[in-house]
Design a protein. Structure first.
Ligand SMILES: [Zn+2]
Length: 175
């Protein structure tokens, strides 16, 4: 069979740059905004107004290396950091970040989304036992034959999830 398609070459990231409607939060003053460039730069590059709340959440997400978090985890972190925010606002903000390409959403089970700050081409190990997620660099996975997408559609992204499980007594070796 000739058409051995190289998966990496076919991955197209189609991230919609949707206009975000104005929210009621206040825009961050320049003096505060100048402190931490990473979160701010990402917000500005994405065209999102750097409100105090968005910057605070973006810092939690983006200034600790690549992360996979649930909305509930981020909510707990925000409250622990004295950022007064509701879970509904967390969800809204996360989805704004997704629409602007700051995050990717990963759905492993119905009702269980993780938000991924790693935007590089990559896949995941997902541990059914612990719920842990681990990145797999994109080049380590080769997808062979892909089905033809339905008429009028194109493949926007391929997410490979390799499910693993851990034995309860994995660490007790016989040696
Ligand atoms: Zn990831």
């Amino acid at each position: 069979m000739a058409p051995a398609s190289n998966c990496n070459a076919t991955l197209l990231l189609l991230v919609g740059l949707l206009p975000i409607s104005a929210d009621m939060d206040t825009t961050l003053p320049q003096s505060v905004a100048a402190e931490r460039p990473i979160a701010l730069e990402r917000l500005r590059a994405a065209g999102l107004r750097p409100t105090r709340q968005r910057v605070a959440l973006a810092r939690l997400l983006l200034e600790n290396g690549n992360r996979h978090v649930t909305a509930e985890q981020l909510h707990s972190e925000a409250l622990a950091a004295s950022i007064p925010v509701s879970l509904a606002t967390i969800y809204n903000t996360l989805h704004q970040f997704i629409e602007c390409g700051i995050l990717r959403e990963l759905v492993f089970e119905p009702g269980r989304s993780y938000f991924d700050t790693n935007l590089e081409d990559h896949h995941h190990f997902y541990c059914d036992t612990t719920g842990d997620l681990q990145d797999i660099p994109g080049e380590q996975v080769t997808v062979g034959r892909l089905p033809q997408p339905p008429a009028g559609a194109e493949i926007s992204r391929i997410d490979v999830i390799i499910r693993i499980r851990r034995e309860p007594r994995q660490n007790t070796t016989l040696n």
